[in-house]
Structure formats: structure tokens, C-alpha cells
Design a protein around this ligand. Sequence first.
Ligand code: COA
Ligand code: AMP
Length: 634
Amino acid sequence: MATFEEDYARSLSDPDGFWGDAAEEISWSKKWDRVLDADNLPFSRWFVGGELNTCYNCLDRHVEEGHGDRLALIYDSPMTGQVKKYSYAELTDLVARFAGGLADLGIGKGDRVIIYMPMVPEAAIAMLACARIGAIHSVVFGGFAAKELATRIDDSKPVAIIAGSCGLEPGRIVEYKPLLDEAIEIATHKPTNCVVLQRPEVTASLIAGRDVDWADLMQAASPVACVPVKATDPLYILYTSGTTGVPKGVVRDNGGHAVALKWSMKHVYNIDPGDVFWAASDVGWVVGHSYIVYAPLLQGSTTILFEGKPVGTPDAGTFWRVIQDHKVKSLFTAPTAFRAIKQQDPEGKLIGDYDLSHFEILFLAGERADPDTIVWAQEKLQVPVLDHWWQTETGWSIGANCSGYGIKPVKLGSPTLPVPGYDIRIINEEDGKTEMKPGEIGVIAVKLPLPPGSLPTLWHNDEGFLKAYMADIPGYYKTGDAGYRDEDGYLFIMARTDDIINVAGHRLSTGGMEEVLAGHKDVAECAVIGAKDQLKGQIPMGFVVLNAGVDRDPDEIRKELVTLVRQKIGPVAAFKEAMIVGRLPKTRSGKILRAIMRKIADGEEYKAPATIDDPAILTEISEVLKQAGYPKGE
Ligand code: COA
Ligand code: AMP
């Protein structure tokens, strides 16, 4: 095997050779004509002319190669007390049959299918079944409310929606069907069918002629084979928060995705076929797509689908129990999960109750990994703790400590080095083109072309793709993150440059929340910021100015605002802090000074800009925050 440095250099100087070699690990029904087509940058396409089926590469292929008995997926649910194991042969049969059921509904190549499911094996089965018949899935996270689901229905125009009857949250059953029905009611586009998985906890009522029971569909269906699709055909659309309330439909292709993800399993995670890999995330997020479902299966390893939380299901030892019971080699989760565990079991006493002898590496991503959390995990688990940085848009890591080559020294607060395929530059925010020196913060950009697996465009929105990522720094992809590289080239990811915040590893748009608050009848104007939070990293905090003459009880209004965000965006927004203020701080040209409000809330030093309209407003904001207990710890 080449060294990391050799591979990194080759991936940039000879992308055709590098990724062409990686593509030999994938089974193609028709080989590509060109590895990389970068004739039309910023649009680029990988493995042009090639044909394959992603589901075939995830499942049938391993069975045909004699590994049908190997475990493909373990469902472990402390929420229901169940553990179910599926071999590659069993999972292939179930997926082939469900795909047959979808085909019986008339669903085929290029059709969109929304999947709105909790963390049950059927969620993965539904995704793989879509891939099998060339349908394009779009998974919507269960913590989103009806309106968010409706937006995704109208943008992707699905022929069908596959849903569970409910999700299980600690102490609460979330009925999905009423949310689904409401979303279809709100949406302009109407899907032809809904397939509903009836969970024992809730039996959803079905609408005759439209809704189909998952079990009935399976019973009537015959298994179908994999349909070859073009490498450049979309495998899925995954919506993610953009700088406005309208989510962006990130498109993932079939060919580049399969090649990059399979490559990443060995090189980034050091996982071989037969190893057990656990990504403790949710299938509704990109981590769940890439590392619960596709990558581990492409690699022929065993994946774990965990329906539970790091704490409270039943306690802060649940992760160690899962690692022990299923002989997990590596765990991938968000730092917030470890902060939650550390909060409940600061000494890590519960770790001693379990046999973690098979456990080798902890991977963290999804938000900045704070040094305290890393050090705690290192000390308590006695394994390497590797931060890595990536985004929904890229689908796999941009910066990582590629453990398959041998682990590089860890620097706290750094995800280590750019991953092969990513030519990362730190660009001066002022002029949008010169490069910063080591240690200087700038906007982080990737020189085009992006490697395979990264988004080729946004769903039916080339213009939005160009505007959001490609326009500001010509020739580069703008990541939306700011940071620096040190003298050794190590990356440090410090903050977003837009209005995206990261709440418990969940990516949310403050702009989206502002739109909701502005919709309240008593609100004249508002601003939402991401304030520091010990557990969740950030929490959203809203500031509203009421319409003149409103004299209702402010507590009532605050409660209504919190409820409104929960109803319109969903509980996952974790919006609990709404402050009523007399005025918002602005520049003379009317720009709201959100960054300064955030600094006040976090107790950081700030300097009022010369262009501020009225500095006295900052004192007013400080007062309101003080009364609400911010900054914390004062
Ligand atoms: N369906 C319905 N509701 C959901 C949901 C889902 N799939 N996921 C979360 N919610 C709800 C929660 O029940 C909670 O509701 P509440 O306000 O009634 O309590 C709300 O959304 C906020 O959830 P969350 O931010 O996750 O907070 P929490 O207090 O429930 O849990 C953690 C905190 C840290 C334990 C949890 O966020 C966690 O495990 N995070 C890991 C994140 C992760 O894996 N991210 C993926 C990127 S790698
Ligand atoms: P998502 O698209 O939900 O995966 O969120 C992507 C964003 O999360 C990135 O643009 C970063 O802002 C943040 N992020 C993800 N991983 C890391 C990390 N390891 N360090 C710092 N920020 C991260």
C-alpha cells in the first residue's frame, strides 16, 4: 500500500489514475468511458459512461462471493428491548422483496420516494430497495415537523412516501402518520401511494386507495433483481439547511458515491470486510446514509442500527453495552453524545462494567470536537479518538486522520489533514482569492474538481448550486466553514461563515427559525443566534421586537414562539429561548448585528462596530440576557 502522503499527492496530480484504481473495487455492469469529466467546471461528473447498481454492490455481490452468512446489519434497540441480526443473504432477500413491492406500485428508475422512518431496519431496507430499482430516495429525519416534510415533498415530488407508524423518543411516542397526512395536505404535490410500517406501539389508520401496509406489500411481492443505472444517475437527494429557510436538496450520484465510500471504509476508518462498524447517528442525516447504510455494506462489514440515545436508554453505559455485545471495532458519533455521557457519568465508572477489548478507535464528527471531550474519551476508553470533518454536501470526510494508513499524531481541536481528493485552501475572506498563511483564519475552500461522492449539483437547481457554493470564490467550492491550517498543515475548523448552527450535532438554519418567528402576529422583527451550550454545543436563541401596541403577557408570547418553532420546524430545533427586546442592534445601513449579540450571550468580549446605529441597544440586550441567566456560569 502507498503511504498517505503518496496517495494524497497522486489523488490531486492524477485523479483519473487514483480514483480509477479505487473504482476497481466496485462491481460495474458496464465500465466507465472516462473517470473524471471536468470539461464543464464547476460541474464535474465521475465515471461517465459507467453503469452499476449500488444495492448490488452493497448486498448481492457479497452473497454471490460466498459471504451470505456474514452479518450485514444488527438492529439494537434499547427503546424496545429488541436485538435483531440480519445476514447478507437475509437482508438481500428482504430488500429484493420490498423492491418488488415498490415495483408493483409502479415505482421505477428515476422516480422519487420519500422515506420518513424511525431507526428501524426497515428504513435501511427501504433505502436499499429504492437503489435496487433505480428509484431516488429522499430520507427525511423523524424529528422534523409536517411543514418541513411538506417542503421536501414539493421540491422532490415523490411518487410514494414510505413511513413508520411511529418513532420512539424517551418517554414519548411520536406518531408519524398524522404528521405525514398533514404534510401531504399542506404540500401542493401529492404522492400516489404511502407505504406504512405498522409498529407494535402504534397502529396508524390508513387511507383507502392511497396507503398500503408494509406487511401486505411484502406478502404480495416477489423479489426483483438489481437494475443497472448510470454512474451519474442520482442515488438519493438529502435535504440540508441552507442560509434561508428553504432546505437544499443535495444530490448524490451512484458511481462516485460507491467508489468514494468503499475507499473510505479502509483508508479513513481502517475497517475490513467482516469487521463491525457502528455509526451512532440517524438514517435521516448524512452520517446515517453514508456510514450506517451504504459504506459498511459496500465494504462487506457489519453495520449497527441503534435505536436509542447515548444516555437515558437506559443509562450512560448503553454505548459500552452495544460495543461489548456486538464486538464493535470502531464507533463513529458526534461529540455531543460524549458530552451527554460525561455529564451523567463523569468518572466513566460504567465503562468498567463492560468488555471493550474489541474496540479500537473512536471517530467523532458533526460539530467541532472540543478538547475536553476528546481528552475525557481518550483517558476513559484508552483508544485513539479521531476527529474528522465533513458535510452533507461532500458525503464523506474532507479532513481526517486516515487511520487505514496508520494513525498520525492527534492535535486537539484538529480533524488532522485533508483527505485524498480534497485540495483544501484557506482563502482571505476580504478579497475572496488570496491564500492565508499558516495560522491565519480564512474561509475554507476546496479547489475544483471535487472528488467522487461529493454533490454534483442540487436537485433541479443548478443555479442554486452555483450561487451557494461556487460563485464567491471562482474555481473553488466554498465549504461555509472558517478555519486555518497550522505549520504542519493540520486543519482547524472554527466556525460557520453563514447562519447555520449546530445543535447537538444537528445542522439547523437560524434564518429558517427567523422566518417562523416573523410569522407570529405580534412580532415586528426578530433575530436568531446560536448561543454556546455545554451539552449541545450550540442552542438557538431568538430575540423578538413586538409590534407597537401589543400589551399581552410577554410569557404567553414567549411560549407561543417556542411552540411555533416546534410545530413548524420540529422538536429537533431545540428552540427554547425566546427573548422579547425593545430594539435590535443594527448598523446604520440596517444590518442586524447577530455576531455581537452572540458574543454577549456567550460572555465574550466584543467591540461595537463604528457603523453601529445606537450602541445603547447593546446594553439593553445585555440586560435582557442577564435576566434570562446569560451568559451561563456568571
Ligand atoms: N423523532 C422525533 N423527535 C426527535 C427525534 C426523532 N428522530 N430526534 C430528536 N427528537 C426530539 C427529542 O425528543 C427532543 O424533544 P424534546 O424537546 O421534547 O425533549 C428534541 O427533538 C431535541 O432533541 P436532541 O437535540 O437530540 O436533544 P435530546 O435532549 O433528546 O438529546 C443528545 C441530546 C446529546 C443525547 C442527543 O442529541 C444525541 O444523541 N445527539 C447525537 C447527535 C447525532 O447523532 N447527530 C448526528 C450527526 S453525527
Ligand atoms: P452536516 O452537513 O449536518 O454534516 O454539517 C456539516 C457542518 O458541521 C460543517 O460544515 C461544519 O460546520 C460542522 N462540522 C462537521 N464536522 C465537524 C468537525 N469535525 N469539526 C468542526 N465542525 C464540523
